[in-house]
Design a protein around this ligand. Structure first.
Ligand code: MLT
Length: 329
């Protein structure tokens, strides 16, 4: 009996040490094949653009390609769920932002826990929103935009990336601040919503600067204000909300990178180092800054800082979002 128990214990020991060795050598070899970064919104939108810039910037230090996979629907919660259930081997990354990794937990019945089913890698860039409109909208400044919306409540619609997305929350916040009412039209991301804004199917959008600035520069849409205390250095012609009648209407959309829980720590550290290398690279920095993105300080570019920040954001926003009683589409 003792012999059998001894043999069983020895076997457990062998299996455990084999597992440790496999895990250890996996981390040493990592990455030995392409990595997939799951983007929770449509291609061409702000999260997708940050993902593609980061994927390219991380490639030299990882020595492997980072492939982008767009999985859309339910304001990004389907994509984050897919990432949370993926193998914890460092080959599936979850890129997202404030709405997907904070807000969605307050309005969707998620089959995963945002804090415990994912492990943080690093905080990425953040950018304010712009209040933008189709060029045919007659209002010439923010004050007249608000008056025009009040006069046409049934004929104004705003594009969003779904219930609870940053563009949606920004729109609700704008309605409350400006005492206006208009319709929301959900899309699979603000990339496709932008096409309809240019085409005139929708009239306005509370949109991340990174998505809107290129079309503002090409005069395909117009911008009334930036939702930050200071003007964007790359678009100094756009006034702040404080300057044009919506004092204190500040919104900043931050992005982050996560992996499935139980991903080995050395792999997470390699990914975080690749993020730091990308964010320190002048060419990557220029691409991000040109879109109005802000790069976090170096001491925020690590797993612990993102974990603490995400937790604090959940504690701050969930009560507010739950009180707003936002309906899922
Ligand atoms: C997107 O990538 O489409 C956006 O992050 C969604 C949004 O800003 O609402």
């Amino acid at each position: 009996m003792r012999g059998i128990r001894g043999a069983a214990l020895a076997l457990i020991g062998v299996v455990a040490s084999a597992t440790l060795n496999v895990t250890g050598s996996k981390a040493d070899d990592y990455p030995s094949r392409p990595i997939t970064m799951i983007v929770p919104f449509a291609a061409g939108g702000p999260t997708d653009v940050v993902a593609r810039i980061m994927a390219e910037g991380m490639r030299p230090s990882l020595g492997q390609t980072v492939i982008i996979e767009n999985i859309t629907g339910a304001a990004g919660s389907i994509a984050v769920g897919r990432a949370a259930r993926a193998a914890p081997d460092g080959y599936t990354l979850s890129i997202g932002q404030w709405s997907t990794h904070v807000v969605n937990g307050a309005i969707y019945n998620l089959p995963y826990d945002l804090l415990t089913d994912l492990a943080p890698v690093s905080l990425l860039v953040s950018n304010p929103q712009l209040i933008v409109a189709n060029p045919k909208v007659p209002a010439t400044d923010l004050k007249s935009l608000v008056e025009w919306i009040k006069a046409n409540p049934d004929h104004v619609s705003a594009g969003t990336a779904g219930a609870g997305s940053a563009s949606h929350i920004g729109g609700i916040y704008f309605q409350n601040f400006s005492h206006t009412n208009f319709l929301f039209v959900p899309y699979r991301g603000t990339g496709p919503a932008m096409q309809d804004l240019i085409g005139g199917q929708i009239q306005i959008m509370l949109d991340q600067s990174s998505n809107s600035l290129p079309q503002v520069r090409q005069k395909q849409i117009k911008a009334y204000a930036v939702t930050s205390k200071t003007r964007l250095s790359v678009a100094p012609e756009i006034p702040t909300v404080d300057e044009v009648g919506l004092p204190g209407f500040y919104i900043s959309v931050w992005h982050g990178l996560w992996v499935p829980k139980d991903t080995p720590k050395p792999i997470i550290e390699k990914l975080a180092a690749a993020v730091r290398a990308a964010l320190a690279d002048p060419a990557t920095q220029k691409r991000l800054l040109d879109l109005g993105q802000e790069i976090p300080p170096l001491d925020q570019q690590n797993p612990a800082a993102l974990g603490a920040f995400q937790k604090a954001e959940i504690e701050k926003w969930w009560p507010l979002i739950k009180a707003a009683n936002i309906k899922v589409d």
